[in-house]
Design a binder for this molecule. Structure first.
Ligand SMILES: [Fe+2]
Length: 345
């Protein structure tokens, strides 16, 4: 506490000398003084004092003006002890000084012992306040760290769950991730807020999670499916939605919506016959990304299309399979993204 920087502002040289000698005698080692009140704030910003000894009656700026300036410089959470040393003060002036942030008074001529003891109290209060603030900051940092870790764990679990789904019917095991990445880019490009669009990066990967309940004999069948088999494949949207339903977390609710509606078509000829804007936007977005990815990769029942041919198909299906705005956003993604999707095979 004795090393704490202390700033003394008093326009009279002899007062400054007296205060300096009292404080030095009491063991304080970091004293900064000025008799020019116009330099007080500048000095304050240089030395960052733990306590300010301030005279009120000085040529402009007087002590009240300096209190106002210090008040503006210190944050609402700061505790800056300003110790006012002055001649007799009327009640109004005392109240004004207190309201401007003065923490204690002592009248001239000062009693050295009393002044030093009161200063110690103020420095102690400042120390406790600083410790409390540091503890709060450490706590806030730890909470933020833990929250980030939990969020990362949540994302990683979703990503790995998507991988589980992919192992059923995708040779690369990367279909879900590719669709999720392009869905996030489309969501951003059509103007969804970044926080919401970023959820697609994880939620869209679960679009086919319902396929875990579809038998291999159907899922991996090289030839065309019978009507019954196709009806069974169609169940994967409802099974996926069931698996993901009932969560209070927005990311899982988004995943449910995507799993349920990603095979709907803008023209109403999809799995459940929803059409146009009745199809939730997440389903409309993932529909385009899913079809493109399926086209450019080999499947048991088809060869891989060239990127240009797949893009032309997306364009042809604009307004039929896909919402025009979403198809346009997908087609307008940087060429590198379409090709990255292809190369990931
Ligand atoms: Fe699907």
């Amino acid at each position: 506490m004795l090393e704490a920087p202390i700033l003394i502002v008093d326009d009279r040289e002899e007062n400054v000398a007296l205060l300096r000698s009292i404080l030095e005698h009491a063991g304080h080692t970091s004293l900064h003084t000025t008799t020019d009140s116009s330099r007080a704030v500048e000095l304050f910003e240089q030395v960052h004092p733990e306590l300010v000894l301030l005279d009120l009656h000085m040529p402009e700026p007087d002590g009240f003006a300096i209190l106002r300036q210090l008040e503006a410089l210190t944050g609402p959470d700061d505790y800056l002890p300003v110790f006012v040393i002055t001649a007799e003060l009327d009640e109004h002036a005392r109240q004004e000084a207190l309201s401007l942030g003065a923490k204690d008074f002592i009248t001239k001529p000062v009693n050295a012992t009393e002044m030093v003891l009161r200063m110690r109290n103020l420095l102690h209060a400042r120390l406790l306040h600083t410790r409390e603030r540091q503890m709060n900051e450490t706590l806030e940092r730890k909470v933020a760290e833990r929250t980030r870790e939990l969020e990362e764990a949540q994302f990683e679990i979703l990503d790995r769950l998507a991988l589980v789904g992919d192992f059923r019917d995708d040779a690369t095991g990367q279909h879900a991730r590719r669709v999720a990445t392009s869905a996030m880019l489309v969501a951003r490009s059509i103007g969804l807020p970044a926080g919401q669009a970023n959820l697609y990066r994880w939620a869209a990967g679960l679009h086919d999670i319902g396929k875990i309940a579809i038998p291999d004999s159907i899922l991996l069948k090289p030839g065309p499916l019978t009507v019954d088999e196709f009806e069974e494949v169609k169940m994967h949207t409802q099974i996926g939605a069931q698996v993901l339903s009932g969560s209070r977390f927005p990311i899982l609710e988004l995943a449910r919506l995507i799993a349920f509606t990603h095979h709907e078509r803008w023209d109403g000829r999809g799995y459940m016959g929803m059409a146009g804007e009745d199809i939730p936007l997440p389903g409309r977005i993932v529909a385009v990304c899913d079809v493109f990815d399926a086209l450019v990769h080999e499947r048991p029942y088809k060869h891989a299309w060239r990127v240009e041919d797949a893009l032309a198909e997306i364009d042809r299906q604009r307004g039929k399979m896909f919402e025009p705005r979403v198809a346009d956003a997908f087609l307008a993604l940087p060429r590198a993204v379409h090709c990255t999707v292809r190369r990931a095979a």
